[in-house]
Design a protein around this ligand. Structure first.
Ligand SMILES: [Zn+2]
Length: 335
């Protein structure tokens, strides 16, 4: 049986969409049309999970309307039938819609404690759970993102070391697509750490991802602006490090050690937007163990950690968030 049908989308052009293999439920009472798939599902189930679908299904249907007053098309809704079943045309990508509907119908399809799903699946759930207010999925997705991009520096350091690979990719290449999806979902305002993480990207990948649509320009401007402020703050941290350690070398180390100066690459170590590599442990134990005497090491470490914390505290302001970390934490769902 050929199940392909021609579906007229909201722009009036023709595109083939076929019945979804298993999200075509015999007793479903609404057909959702997308560019790729048709889904036959239940109004009651969608209404239970999503306030937007609930409101949509509470709108008068074709039968309720007087002839000629068909202007009810919220969220692409068309007052029409498909094989006798209420039909709703959606502008969303069918593959993305498949992810959110499976998360609704299949227990365990999305586990916010696992990072093993694909990036495409996660960003689809992020976008559509926010767009349609699938409140439980939205809460899970935001909690998941908060676990990967924490709001405290110590937690962020630990997350960066623990989650080297997420959604089947090296963590570093997920930052920009996640930031883009968060901005599209309208929840980037809860995630300064996602802007911070994305600041390690070079300018061409940033332009490639955000220049395609003017709607992304504000996110791009915020990111580039914050990247520069963060870079300046890290230069200041480098200045403090050099000042402290040079004085120690001159005053406390009465014998010249060639290793102290030779082969050190201070500008290279500080040429970063990543505070993890600038922890006192990393600087004084791993990268520059000879630049502080044992007497000074402890106080220098404290000073560097204070400087790092001060930079972290300023991160929301670098990226034009008009709120503090505490205010941002209060808005996020607790896990
Ligand atoms: Zn010293």
């Amino acid at each position: 049986m050929n199940t392909d049908v021609e579906l007229e989308n909201s722009t009036g052009s023709e595109s083939p969409a076929k019945r979804h293999e298993f999200l075509w439920l015999k007793d479903g009472n609404v057909v959702l049309g997308t560019n790729v798939y048709l889904f036959k599902v239940h109004k009651s189930v969608l209404s239970m999970h999503s306030s937007v679908f609930r409101d949509m299904f509470e709108l008068p249907t074709e039968e309720d309307l007087d002839m000629g007053s068909s202007d009810i098309g919220a969220v692409g809704m068309a007052p029409e039938l498909y094989e006798g079943v209420h039909f709703v045309s959606l502008s969303d990508d069918g593959r993305e819609m498949e992810h959110i509907l499976r998360a609704v119908y299949e227990r365990g399809y999305y586990d916010p404690h696992s990072d093993e799903g694909t990036l495409e699946k996660f960003t689809a759930l992020l976008r559509l759970s926010c767009k349609y207010d699938f409140s439980v999925i939205r809460k899970d997705v935001l909690g998941h993102l908060s676990r990967l991009y924490p709001t405290y520096l110590e937690d962020y350091d630990n997350a960066a070391k623990a989650y080297l690979e997420i959604f089947g990719n090296p963590r570093s290449i997920c930052h920009l697509p996640l930031l883009k999806a968060a901005a599209e979902a309208g929840i980037d305002d809860h995630f300064p750490s996602l802007y911070y993480a994305s600041s390690g990207s070079r300018v061409i990948p940033i332009l490639n991802i955000f220049l395609k649509s003017p709607s992304h320009y504000p996110t791009m401007h915020r990111l580039i602006d914050g990247q520069q402020s963060l870079g300046k703050a890290i230069q200041d941290l480098m200045g403090a490090f050099i000042m402290l350690t040079e004085r120690c070398i001159c005053v406390h180390m009465n014998q010249y050690h060639p290793d102290i100066f030779d082969g050190e690459e201070i500008p290279e170590v500080f040429c970063t937007h990543n505070l993890v590599g600038l922890s006192s442990e990393s600087l004084f134990s791993k990268k520059f163990p000879l630049r502080a005497c044992n007497l000074c090491k402890e106080s220098f470490s404290r000073r560097i950690e204070e400087e790092r914390e001060a930079i972290w505290e300023a991160i929301p302001s670098f990226y034009r968030f008009n709120k503090t970390w505490d205010e941002i934490r209060a808005e996020l769902p607790t896990q």
